[in-house]
Ligand binder design. Sequence first.
Ligand code: AMP
Length: 354
Amino acid sequence: MSLAPGATIGVLGGGQLGRMTALAAARLGCRAAVLAPEAEAPAADVAWRHWQAGYDDSGALAEFLAVVDVVTLEWENVPVSALAAIAAQKPMRPGAEVLRITQDRLLEKSFVAGLDVPVAPFARVDDVDALMAGLDQLGPRAVLKTRRFGYDGKGQEVLGPESRSADAFTRLGGEALILEAFVPFERELSVIVARRPNGEMRCFPPVENRHQAQILVETIAPAELPGSVARSAIDIAERIAAALRLEGLLAVEMFLEPGGRLLVNELAPRPHNSGHWTIDGCTVSQFEQQVRAILDLPLGDTTPLAPCVMQNLLGDAIDAWPAILAEPGACLHLYGKREARPGRKMGHVTRFRR
Ligand code: AMP
């Protein structure tokens, strides 16, 4: 059953993704309530109500659940135990099973591979022997990653013949790792798919993502791709969303190999940095699409209004805001974060390509 505009949306997590979700909810006549542990929460500045509390704080959670109609999240590492408790009281979209799979790179890669969707060859690494065997099998270059809690290149290391040592295993925490073959990709792409509880799906077109030091710096939307590759990227995203029985939004990050083959790298069951361009570049943004999907309302048109480029403002790059404000056609978004640490996502700017 659809939840009408006017609903109160519970958001777990207080970062910029939650902030933009709350703004999109407001545009549809809804209210956002935020529950997040961090002291400074960009989402809280624009939310109707805010609890600064841990996800396992039963008192805060009870108050939060009493006022919301549906719960979603902007950070996928909320403990699955908390999600299951929430789902017993209010619709949790996406659900705990989607989160269980996408919180763990090994489960995620196994799930995707099980759908006959290509991923980089990978091996489970629980000890140094498994690392050495994995390097023999997948090397000479490979990427060692923590299975959980990795983002923006944190919790991973590229290993080559010259750096083939047990030290990396210890540096990354000494357990629950995954080793992946290094993919000599041509470009990195992503597709954001929304799926309603009734099964309706819509994808935004594939975009190209450029990284520096493993942090996204620029998204080119839509990606300039042969039609067959774009269709294949969308088909992959829809197959994964359908198999997960997703309710909400899923970002699917992919590598494009020089020969045109796509490999799935990572899934994120929430709005994604590579979808920020949709706020200015589409009739319906990824954030509004998420709100529509979790309320089981008709999904919006994903056709771009015009090609554009989204640039992240990382760390001190935020100091350019006066010049960007003065720039014709620049759509500036600031997240209200007080401190500009190196690499921290402070805001973004979207410009139309002519
Ligand atoms: P991830 O946290 O898995 O999204 O990785 C962050 C970035 O590291 C990706 O966007 C790629 O640029 C790079 N990377 C991750 N895995 C691989 C891989 N198996 N082969 C080559 N580059 C990778």
